[in-house]
Ligand binder design. Structure first.
Ligand code: ADP
Ligand code: MG
Length: 356
């Protein structure tokens, strides 16, 4: 097992800088998820850790050892990709043992390691099968088996579940988590899917355009997003952002309606802001709160126990999630905005204005 330190790492492709000085300290045994939209530099960073991509500037240390110039083989890491890339003409056992055979390890040791990995992944019954006779989930498990047999110090995963359907993805997510709980191996996991990040991570690193926006535990980031980007990216459905103005009296939105924010965001000069509120925190119904605003419902989508309502509040599009209730599209219903669940962001910089 190992710690991983990423210090002020930059990456250029030609003249284009795609990572702008990323620093992350990963403790021994931690499960860290790099999450962000496509193109933000997650795979590039992971490949630099793996040694598959040159580090333009900055340092990467594994267990305190500078690895910038160390070839991938010597880093003692194992990487699992989205495309499992199994050898079709090899059985499951041969696929899993391949790297050890390549390293000229004795047959006895290879068999032993393959059996150990198969046991961990519940693949014992499939060792003699060929990849074409396996389901997508089983193939992905074999790909993980290939990583496990090498007893790496660190696991690197690059969107390993993206090719699976939603149900299988959920199952494999749970398996990955339990695998980490059993093996305790330091893991760096890349995904664009905020649900995967929330459910898997000890800590998550939210990235955007080659920068780290925030690092923290999933609940910490969810409850305390550093800026508007993080607030909108983490949480599903996304947080609503209502454009308004911070003024001397409070926050004004729409036609000048004032929203109580317990004094936060009050300014002497008018400042453009976004009022952030998560869909579940928009309280729908006449008994919702002491101060209600009209919500013009345009779309009603039942999801079982709950209903997702999309419509207009202060002339702006918002989504609300409420316990199942009878609302029809076209209706106007009262909603309350509880001050304690509101967020405030500078509309220009996106920065969070003091926690409400
Ligand atoms: P992510 O994995 O977050 O989707 P990537 O790390 O793949 O993002 O890419 C980050 C940025 O670097 C993107 O703008 C991408 O176009 C660019 N990029 C990635 N690989 C190369 C390459 N080999 N040559 C030039 N640009 C690249
Ligand atoms: Mg990628």
């Amino acid at each position: 097992m190992a710690s991983v330190e990423i210090g002020s790492v930059k990456k250029y492709y030609g003249d284009i800088e795609v990572l702008h000085g990323v620093s992350i300290d990963i403790a021994d045994g931690e499960f860290v998820v790099l999450v962000g939209p496509s193109g933000c530099g997650k795979s590039t960073l992971l490949r630099m850790i793996a040694g598959l991509e040159e580090i333009s500037e900055g340092d990467i240390l594994i267990n305190g050892l500078l690895v910038n110039d160390l070839p991938p083989k010597k880093r003692n890491l194992a990487m699992v990709f989205q495309s499992y890339a199994l050898y079709p003409h090899m059985t499951v056992a041969e696929n899993m043992g391949f790297s050890l055979r390549l390293a000229k390890q004795p047959k006895k040791l290879i068999d032993q390691e393959v059996r150990r990995a198969a046991e961990i992944l519940d693949l014992q019954a499939y060792l003699d099968r060929y990849p074409r006779h396996l389901s997508g989930g089983q193939r992905q498990r074999v790909a993980m088996g290939r990583a496990i047999v090498r007893n790496p110090k660190v696991f690197l995963f690059d969107e390993p579940l993206s090719n699976l359907d939603a149900k299988l993805r959920g199952q494999m997510r749970a398996e990955l988590k339990s695998l980490h709980q059993r093996l305790g191996t330091t893991t760096i996991y890349v995904t664009h899917d905020q649900t995967e990040a929330m459910t898997l991570a000890d800590r998550m690193v939210v990235m955007k355009d080659g920068n780290v926006e925030q690092i923290g535990s999933p609940m910490d980031v969810f409850r305390n997003p550093a800026n508007q980007f993080v607030a909108g990216f983490i949480g599903s459905p996304p947080m609503n952002f209502i454009a308004g103005k911070a003024t001397e009296e409070g926050i004004s939105v729409g036609d000048g309606e004032m929203i109580a924010t317990d004094g936060v965001g009050r300014t002497t000069s008018d400042r453009p802001v976004y009022l952030g509120v998560r869909p579940k925190h928009l309280l729908v119904g006449s008994s919702a709160g002491p101060v209600n605003f009209p919500f013009h419902v345009e779309l009603v989508e039942p999801t079982g126990d709950e209903v997702e309502l999309t419509g207009r509040l202060f002339g702006q599009r918002v989504t609300a999630i409420t316990p199942a209730m009878y609302v029809r599209s076209g209706e106007t219903v009262p909603v309350a905005l509880p001050p304690q669940s509101l967020f405030l962001f500078d509309r220009v910089s996106g920065e969070r204005i003091a926690p409400l």
